[in-house]
Design a binder for this molecule. Structure first.
Ligand SMILES: Cc1ncc(COP(=O)(O)O)c(C=O)c1O
Length: 370
């Protein structure tokens, strides 16, 4: 009889206890599995609008050079973004998605026994990355309005806290903390605790009192802002995100960065996005229009809507959102039940799609609910 091979015991306890990240299901997989010709994916907060023609052109051009390694320092991309954001190049670091920058912060800053404060019902990668890294997560509950409870987060900070991650606006709730709330919070945080504000959905925000965190970095050098080209810029498949912070913090993070972490095509595509930043306004507006339409329709169907500043909506139904997700899947609509985020059995997250995709989703819900 052969002995059962099991290497899991070789890994740290936190890794053994972690479940791998579970993404929204890919369109082709669902088509194959259910034999469907048409599938609508509203599950991963992607931009349903494809890449800009200028981005495709830049990728084609860059592709001619892929026999070489990319520029490890991402010089052109750094210069271009620094100019666009009006920051110095040494305040910028790029990652294979902003996900990688989150990881660099946790791995670089936290020693065994130290901790990272974040919210329970926030981007699931914070929980995964901290569990894997010495189980250093110290999650705090959201407030009763599904917003970060910034006071509770500040209260959770102790002498072993190295990092706080605030996702603003928050995934998966779509809620945001205002400038006033954030200012009161940051004033309470010791200067030697790094505060990372994950603004993956920044470009979708329209609220007047949404805080402009980037302009606060000069006064609060312990702030680092994380953004991405995956969302409004439509580059999710290429993986490029960035951090903006004090050069001394960014300089240390660069030491933890893998060489060539942002590939050549991603660098070229991101530069093309920056050169075409004027496209962002239209994208934001179209998202907002569709968001309003979708919210109205879902409310009419009896869902409770959490107001959102992003490109997705957290909704709650009386029943089992897992079952509803499965019923929608049978009709070719992929959405995300939220039990993995601990938001309860009735919670569901729906990303805003193109008008025809949103209509298909509402139509499918009407059929299921009738
Ligand atoms: C809040 C938040 N932060 C970061 C990310 C990761 O983005 P990227 O594609 O840049 O790694 C996501 C992706 O869904 C997100 O929702």
């Amino acid at each position: 009889m052969t002995e059962k091979t099991d290497f899991s015991q070789l890994f740290r306890a936190g890794i053994q206890a972690t479940r791998p990240y579970s993404p929204g299901r890919p369109i082709d997989e669902v088509k194959r599995e259910l034999g469907l010709d048409s599938v609508v994916k509203l599950a991963s907060n992607e931009n349903p609008e494809g890449p800009l023609p200028a981005v495709l052109e830049a990728i084609n051009k860059a592709a001619l050079g892929i026999n070489r390694y990319p520029d490890a320092a991402a010089y052109n991309l750094t210069e271009s973004l620094a100019q666009h954001l009006d920051v110095t190049p040494d305040s910028l670091i790029f990652g294979n998605g902003s996900n990688e920058v989150i990881d660099m912060l946790i791995r670089g800053l936290v020693k065994p026994g130290e901790n990272v404060v974040y919210s329970h019902h926030s981007f699931i990668v914070y929980a995964i990355a901290t569990r894997v890294h010495f189980e250093c997560g110290r999650p705090v509950n959201l407030d009763k309005n599904d917003k970060h409870d910034l006071q509770a987060m500040a209260d959770a900070v102790d002498e072993n806290t190295k990092l706080i991650i605030v996702c603003n606006p928050n995934n998966p709730t779509g809620t945001y903390n205002t400038y006033g709330e954030f200012l009161a919070f940051i004033k309470r945080i010791p200067k030697n605790v790094i505060v990372a504000v994950d603004e993956a959905y920044y470009e979708f925000t329209t609220a007047d009192d949404y805080p402009q965190i980037l302009s606060m970095v000069k006064e609060y050098p312990n702030l680092v802002v994380l953004r991405t080209f995956s969302k409004i810029h439509s580059l999710a498949g290429l993986r490029v995100g960035y951090g903006v912070g004090h050069p001394s913090l960014i300089g240390e993070l660069h030491k933890t960065r893998e060489p060539f972490n942002v590939n050549m095509l991603s660098q070229a595509a991101a530069i093309a996005c920056i050169e075409n930043w004027h496209e962002v306004e239209g994208r934001r507006q179209r998202n907002r229009d569709q968001m309003d339409w979708l919210c109205n329709q879902l409310a009419e169907l009896g869902f409770e809507i959490v107001p959102s500043q992003t490109n997705f909506i957290l909704v709650r139904c009386d029943g089992d959102a897992g079952k509803l997700t499965q019923d929608l899947l049978q009709k070719g609509i992929i959405v995300r039940p939220m039990h993995a985020f601990g938001l309860g059995e009735g919670a569901l997250r729906i990303s805003v799609g193109l008008p025809e995709e949103n209509q298909a989703c509402v139509q499918a819900l009407k059929e299921i609910l009738s």
